[in-house]
Design a protein around this ligand. Sequence first.
Ligand SMILES: Nc1nc2c(ncn2[C@@H]2O[C@H](COP(=O)(O)OP(=O)(O)OP(=O)(O)O)[C@@H](O)[C@H]2O)c(=O)[nH]1
Ligand SMILES: [Mg+2]
Length: 306
Amino acid sequence: MSTQVPVSSEVPEKGKTGFVALLGRPNTGKSTLLNTLLGCHLAAVSNKPQTTRKRMLGIYNDADSQILFLDAPGVHCAKIAIDEAMAQSVDRVLEDADLVICLLDPTREPGEEDHMAAELAGLCGKPTLLVLNKTDLATPVQQEASLAFYREILPGAESISLIATDSGSAGHLLQRIKELLPEGLFLFDRENLTDAYERDVAAELIREVLLEELQQEIPHSIAVVINFWKVAGDRIRIDATLTLEREAHKGIVIGQEGRMIKKIKRRSMQKISEFCGQKVELDLFLKILPNWRKQKNFLKEINLME
Ligand SMILES: Nc1nc2c(ncn2[C@@H]2O[C@H](COP(=O)(O)OP(=O)(O)OP(=O)(O)O)[C@@H](O)[C@H]2O)c(=O)[nH]1
Ligand SMILES: [Mg+2]
């Protein structure tokens, strides 16, 4: 599957290439930027922090480059096992990176999480580009304050301003990234968009709907696992389990006369169908596992932790 422009097979499979880490505190717009760069809704996005829970590779291809963008969870303080798992994922992404894009959100005053993100960028020793996002929302004073905060920890780091939702703006960033990356052989076929299975992307798209439809902590306390995936004729049959932490949340997720769960199902089918380019039939099952976010064994079972 690909949304990339088809490229002639005569084009050599080498050019500007490398892994580019998307680093930043939660909600800075990392996944939004990934989707805009790829021209495809691959990664879950929401206005709630801690949307991304694990690494997602997005492969950008054009005539003379293959850029391997690694979206990471937002950098935040680890309190429970799932936070540790997310921090582990950030570490892996930084290990793999040839270049680090450190995304800044100047609409929020810089704080501890920004400090952690900047320190991680500095400690990994990789070339780092400060990317000031949400410049459509932030005042010049806010933008200056945000950059000054990061430059205390990363002195001299080059910066670029951006609106991650705007493809023209992201295109300028892409040009600079290409200049900074080395020449090399491409690791992936040009038609590949990611190394994730479609079913893992589908689970993320269901989570995106949960984050959009459910309030406060509830969507954060739900794990989505695809239990069954079968292509049958012109459609994909999918069963997914939503693991909740509390019995009391069940009624909220189901809603009055089942209205909420029906909406979650309908919207999820629409998103998955758009991504896969096929009709989708989805059944959702609810399960309760108290405090699953604190249980390392369960996190390993659902591939959130190594
Ligand atoms: N106005 C505006 N909104 C943006 C921009 N970039 C991202 N957003 C919004 O910011 C919110 C967070 O975006 P995400 O892409 O989910 O942020 P993230 O950094 O991936 O967040 P985590 O996965 O939690 O770390 C969403 O509501 C986006 O629509 C931007 O440049 N301008
Ligand atoms: Mg994200």
